[in-house]
Structure formats: structure tokens, C-alpha cells
Design a protein around this ligand. Sequence first.
Ligand SMILES: [Zn+2]
Length: 386
Amino acid sequence: MRPIYDKTPLEHLLAELIRIPSINPPGDETPCAELLEEFLSDCPQLEISTQHLGENRKNLIAVLRGTGEKKALLFNGHTDVVPIGERSGWTHDPFGAEVVDGVMYGRGTGDMKAGLLALAAAVKLLANRDEPLKGDIVFLATAGEEVDGCGAKAFVREWDMTQFSGTVIAEPTGSVVVSAERGALWVKIHSIGVTAHGSVPHTGVNAIQYLIETLEKIRKGFNPQSVHPTLGKTTMNLGVFHGGMEPNIVPDNAWAVLDFRTVPGYARAELLELVNGAIAEVTAEHPDAKLSIELINDRPQVATDENDPLIQAAVEVNGTLGRSTAIEGKVACTDGSILNTVCDTPMLIYGPGEASQAHVYDEYVRLEDFHNSVNFFYELAEKLLG
Ligand SMILES: [Zn+2]
């Protein structure tokens, strides 16, 4: 059954959330968490708690108890947003929550305060049903998703992840069912050399030269063959390169960071073998090369079977709402890669706002899509736990 609720106050609350600049870094998510807590706290059926994560940072958790006949569902979204970038790039106030022709603009509209509030609103509507659900719903608003996932990490440390039959993450997908996300592996490669005068380079050890040789071997050896049906192939981006001081000094220090986005079959193990193999070859050819690696981001890919009941239920519900019945993949990471580290809980990503709108100027969400998501989460929970 489609829930009945008053749309206007919910849109006002969304605007209030957008007006809180919970930019990460540093985060400052507490005012957002408190506003959501206030919204949920007039519902006595919900057990509300928080996890303190540091100065002005916390997770908000609200549990709606079911009868316990079925496993619980986890509803997740994050309260932090990325910086706005150049203010001149925006034609709308990034924290103004202006609405033009049914579209709300502002940092965090799509990524992902609309999705987060849609989850919270659905939980509140579910709490007011006459019949209790057959399983618990745990609503989790995390801090820190945009940088290090500190909120999700704190949650998996304290909560039993085996109690969940599925995780629903309301990141923006353009209201399309998403069943998988790529992993991320950021490999920093350090090269240490020995300085010398630039006029006698053979008396030094050129850190840049050996780093370039290593990166070239990695580029030539990079060979992603596995193709995931929705995630495509593993990708590699040489995103950062630093080295050297002056033209007339042999550089004794250089480093680069490779950003791999992984799919099953060509992921962490294969990529580390590729990088370490390249380093071993360069070191064998040049005994004075000193190369080492550091992993600065290490997130597994998450890929839920398309026949899993969570994904199938999501497709059905989306169809009844007149939306797409396609199943897609997501190229960027979410908190799902952290929530999924304890056990392989099925994961669904679904939310209002276009994925392409995340982190851009004039980020927006269509209010119609926001309300569609409230209905979607409500009906999904009824289908799975009703
Ligand atoms: Zn996000």
C-alpha cells in the first residue's frame, strides 16, 4: 500500500538539511544528525541512539522493532557532503535549498540528503502501520562517508552485521535499482633516490626516472579481461605524480598514486601482483632503485546476485511505481563497501538524484523523485518484511 503523508513539511525539512553545511572535511555532521533525530523522536516506536565519532561528528541510529520472524533490514545514508568547489561555478546558493520548477538545488541534495530523508520518512511511516513488520528495520545515518567512512566503520565495530538480510543505501541512482558497486584500490608508490648536481647526474640516483619506469611497466601489464555485467571492467587512473625540486638537482624523492576501480576477477590480489611485479623488475634492472608501496584506500567491490530477493523485490516495487525495471551497477564507492566487510550482506543502492549530479556545481534533486523514494523504501520494506 502506498503511504499517505503531507509532502510540504517533508520538503521543508529537506531544505533545512541542505542549509546545514556538513562539509567533509572536517564533517560537522552533528547538526544534521540532530535534525533527523528531532524528526524521528516524536515516534515512540523507534529506539534512537547515537555513536559519538569526535568533535561535532556522530552517527544516528533508529531501530523499528519487528516481530523477529524475519531477519532485519539496514537502511543507510550519509549526512556529510563534499566541498562546494569554486563558488563562482554555482548559479544557485549551494546552501540555499532554492526550489525552481519542482527542483531543489544545493550541495547534498542528490548526494544524498534527499535519499537519507526519504529513508527516515519511510521508517516513520512504517512505524505508524497498524501491523508490525516481521523483521526489524535499522535506520543508520552515517558521518564521514565522503572521506574515510569513519561512521560506517564505527557501526560495524559495534553492531552485529549478521542480523541483516540486506542493506539498502540511498545514494543517488536516478531511481534505478543498483545491485553492485566497484571496489577502489589506491596505491601510492614511493621512489627514493640520491641527490647530485644536475650537471653530473650519473653521481646521483634519479627517483623520478625509476618511478616512471615502474609506472610504464604497470601500464603495459595492466590487462583487465573480466567484464562484470553491470560494472564493466576494472579501470586504472594515474591521478597524482610528484617529484623533484629544481632542474639542476637530481631528484631524491618522487611518488605517484594509482587509482584502480575494481570488478570481480581483476581486483586487489591481481593488481597488487602487477604493481609488486613491476617494482621487482625495476629493482632487478637497477639495484640502486628504492621503491615501496602504500595502500591509501582499500575498498572491496560489492556485487549482489541479481536473483537475490532484495534485488528482485526492488525491481518489482520500482515497476509498480512506474519506474525502470533495469538493474545497473555503480562505478563509485559507497558505505556499502565498509558495511559489507564483516559478512557478504546483499546490497541494494537506490535513491533520488542522478549519480552524475554528485559532487558537481548546481547539484539538484527533483522533488518528485524524492517523494518517489519515500514510497519506494516504504513499499520495499512491506514487500520484504510485511
Ligand atoms: Zn554519497
